[in-house]
Design a binder for this molecule. Structure first.
Ligand code: MRU
Length: 353
């Protein structure tokens, strides 16, 4: 398994996070003390990835209720956290769960219950990751049996342990395959503009999983050349019909995979499925700052983290952070309950995350 250190952990009545804006150059842990700290960490992407955003929001409620657990304080904390990022539905799922656990309780009992509920969300996500790894391993074993190893799997963004509370979603089957002795090699697309692919490369390097970083635009050509056996990505919100929002660029990979007859899988826990959302057009897509496109983060000549300007401040830039892959392009959705056809999610509608 991966060399996995927690991205988020409780420390008494505080929360410690690994600041992902400093990776892959620096490993810096940051202490969250207040509701505002938690909301800022989510908004500024110190924590990121749908399941981790949900867990951080849950701990944000616990931080908020430490000194005031009134109805008004609970409501204000909920509203503040819900407004941080729009696309990942795990945020709303986690906050709904916190509300359901805390609302019925007298204020005096809410603080302890909030910590317990947040920790349950965290451990539940870790368990879901493990089950996704197990089910995805079956798919990778079947693919590996049909060909000479190594198995070349492409992923996009980061859907590993940095994005979750366990071993990840899209990366969980890869870690499981590596642990099972399957020779697996991962194509890691850099994922402009925030370059979450660098996080994936950093994770895979720590776990000793062979991988190669590519420019996003190289994905189609590698598929055309027969150098990709499967694509697995995570998800931020899956509509009831199986249309899936994930990091921008996922859709292009799914289109190219279909053109070359390569299976394209989504790996995500039940908490990422939004049965209130009928189809992909109804998924809110986050638009982030144009400066994320104009200015790239890296190391300067002195080896220190710095922003490097690529385009002038007057260059118009558009930055949708996610796109939607239609269900018809998805070979299967790997969740903690098994592998389902994208148009067959009704089978898990009644099951709790
Ligand atoms: O903007 P981010 O970095 O939070 O986006 C993350 C993704 O799109 C991930 O692929 C998705 O959340 C799945 S994480 C297990």
């Amino acid at each position: 398994m991966s060399d996995h250190c927690p991205t988020l952990r409780r420390n008494g009545d505080q929360v410690i996070i690994l600041d992902q804006t400093r990776l892959p150059w620096q490993e810096v842990f940051v202490c969250l003390d207040t509701l505002d700290d938690a909301a800022t960490a989510i908004r500024d992407m110190q924590v990121r990835g749908a399941p981790l955003i949900g867990a951080t929001a849950a701990f944000g409620i616990a931080l908020a209720l430490r000194n005031n657990a009134s109805d008004a304080a609970l409501q204000a904390a909920d509203a503040c956290l819900r407004a941080t990022r729009p696309t990942a539905v795990n945020l709303h799922w986690a906050l709904d769960r916190m509300q359901a656990a805390l609302r019925p309780l007298p204020a005096a009992e809410r603080s302890a219950a909030a910590w317990a509920a947040a920790e349950a969300i965290q451990s539940g996500d870790a368990a879901a990751n493990a089950a996704i790894g197990h089910h995805g391993l079956g798919l990778l074993q079947a693919l590996a049996a049909n060909q000479n190893q190594p198995l070349h799997v492409m992923t996009h963004c980061n859907a590993g342990w940095l994005a979750t509370c366990g071993h990840g979603t899209a990366l969980a089957p890869i870690y499981a395959a590596h642990a099972a002795g399957i020779e697996v090699h991962v194509w890691v697309s850099e994922t402009r503009p925030r370059n979450q692919g660098l996080l994936t490369a950093w994770e895979l390097a720590r776990a000793g999983v062979p991988h190669t970083l590519i420019a996003d635009n190289a994905a189609g050509w590698l598929m055309a050349e027969g150098r990709v056996d499967a694509v697995i990505t995570g998800a931020d919100r899956i509509a009831a019909n199986g249309d899936t929002a994930n990091k921008v660029g996922t859709y292009l990979k799914a289109l190219a995979a279909r053109a070359h007859d390569i299976p394209f899988y989504i790996a995500a826990p039940r908490s990422t499925v939004d049965f209130n959302c009928p189809h992909g057009r109804a998924i809110p897509i986050e638009e982030r700052s144009a400066d994320e496109v104009r200015i790239i983060q890296g190391l300067d000549a002195a080896g220190l983290p710095a922003g490097i300007r690529l385009a002038g401040p007057t260059t118009a830039a558009c930055n949708p952070a996610f796109d939607v892959t239609p269900a018809g392009l998805v070979a299967g959705i790997i969740c903690e309950f098994g592998v389902f056809p994208a148009d067959g999610l009704a089978a898990i509608a009644g099951r709790q995350a």
